[in-house]
Design a protein around this ligand. Structure first.
Ligand SMILES: *[C@@H]1O[C@H](CO)[C@@H](O)[C@H](O)[C@H]1NC(C)=O
Ligand SMILES: *[C@@H]1O[C@H](CO)[C@@H](O)[C@H](O)[C@H]1NC(C)=O
Ligand SMILES: *[C@@H]1O[C@H](CO)[C@@H](O)[C@H](O)[C@H]1NC(C)=O
Ligand SMILES: *[C@@H]1O[C@H](CO)[C@@H](O)[C@H](O)[C@H]1NC(C)=O
Length: 335
């Protein structure tokens, strides 16, 4: 119980001081393979889908339903490093599943931190600051911090874990080399970059072990705070033929894929809010046009640059197995 209390002293500090920690305020510990707790419009899940004897993970949700904060503490030591768990928070919304053609807004507001559990109390837990960054390096941490959106042509399947046709990941942090975005090893000569909120994201694409097509929008440096509408990252894909507009977004999650650490790590989500919207009644519908990828030009005003250069990028099969986009030697062919 000792370490649990230590973990919670961070979030419950005020209540501890006020002597208001009662049974009601104690966090439930989610330490199993698929332990979940629903709180308001969100579900916390330990999601240790690939756990093994090399380590452990526990997710401690806060009872504070205004911040939706949680802490995931973990350590995995199997070699070579591989993903063991994705402790996360999921949005439950009446609007989901929503066809991407009917998605007008996906607002996020979140803040996170990560540090070795042993980092001296009082030092910053921001992984971009010293000495925490070096402390994380020193324990060989391999992990990421990602938003995970799952989509499928079938509304129900868009909510069924591992069954969805598409996974759209938004990477806000990447530590070590093990957690590499799928397709990064076949990156385009000139990348596709979109600016959303306070960040630039680069697109990678490929297929995962489940046969799901994975699109990853990746920041270059860890982004511990994000406030913005990521709809442009979603709409980009049907706009340029990478998936049909009538694909349903069914699952919205945020967490950390944990691979390896020599010592215990704490991943803090200090706040998380997501809001999915369809166009209000009477408002103009989503523009569902399909365009060719611009070649060496800009889209979306000055903020978003999109370039295509020569070289083979990726083949993406859509729907029942026909190739929709093939990018070869400087051009886009639609088959
Ligand atoms: C938090 O929980 C309380 C008590 O159940 C409820 O009245 C309140 O609406 C909730 N607030 C949020 C933001 O979910
Ligand atoms: C929860 O979601 C419902 C609709 O999906 C919304 O009406 C309600 O305001 C949300 N509650 C909070 C506390 O945000
Ligand atoms: C769009 O979403 C709204 C709200 O969820 C829903 O009422 C409406 O039927 C949807 N329209 C289409 C065309 O799917
Ligand atoms: C989704 O699944 C539910 C429950 O299994 C079923 O009642 C519903 O008809 C399904 N909807 C679609 C669109 O397949």
């Amino acid at each position: 119980m000792g370490y649990t209390k230590a973990v919670w002293s961070y979030l419950l500090g005020c209540r501890v001081l006020l002597g208001r920690v009662d049974a009601q305020n104690q966090p439930q510990q989610l330490c199993g393979k698929d332990d979940a707790r629903v709180q308001g419009n969100y579900t916390f899940n330990s999601n240790a889908w690939n756990q093994d004897e090399s380590g452990w993970t526990c997710l401690y949700p806060s009872r504070d339903n205004t911040s939706n904060a949680f802490i995931a503490e973990w350590r995995w030591q199997s070699s070579p490093p591989r993903v063991h768990a994705y402790p996360h928070i999921q949005l439950n919304s009446d609007v989901l599943p929503v066809s991407i053609a009917n998605l007008s807004q996906l607002d996020l507001s979140l803040e996170w931190a990560m540090k070795p559990s042993s980092l001296i109390e009082g030092l910053s837990d921001d992984p971009t600051t010293s000495p925490n960054a070096d402390a994380l390096d020193a324990i060989g941490i391999e992990a990421n911090v990602v938003m995970d959106l799952f989509c499928d042509a079938d509304a129900n399947r868009s909510r069924t874990p591992a069954k969805q046709r598409y996974e759209i990941m938004v990477w806000l942090g990447r530590f070590g080399r093990a957690s590499e975005p799928i397709g990064m090893d076949q990156a385009r000569v000139t990348p596709i970059v979109q600016t959303v909120g306070n960040a630039e994201f680069t697109l990678y694409a490929g297929t995962n072990g489940n046969g799901q097509t994975v699109f990853s929008w990746v920041t270059t440096a860890p982004l511990t705070q994000f406030y913005g509408d990521v709809t442009p990252l979603v709409h980009f894909l049907p706009r340029y033929g990478f998936m049909p507009w009538d694909t349903y977004l069914g699952t919205v999650q945020f967490g950390s894929e944990t691979f390896y650490a020599a010592e215990n790590v704490k991943f803090y989500v200090k706040s998380f809010h997501a809001d999915v919207k369809s166009p209000a009644e009477g408002a103009s519908p989503v523009d569902t046009s399909v365009e060719e990828l611009p070649v060496q030009t800009s889209v979306g005003g000055g903020a978003a640059a999109l370039e295509v250069a020569s070289g083979l990028w990726t083949y993406l099969s859509v729907g029942t197995g026909y190739f929709v986009a093939m990018l070869l030697m400087g051009g886009l062919s639609v088959l």
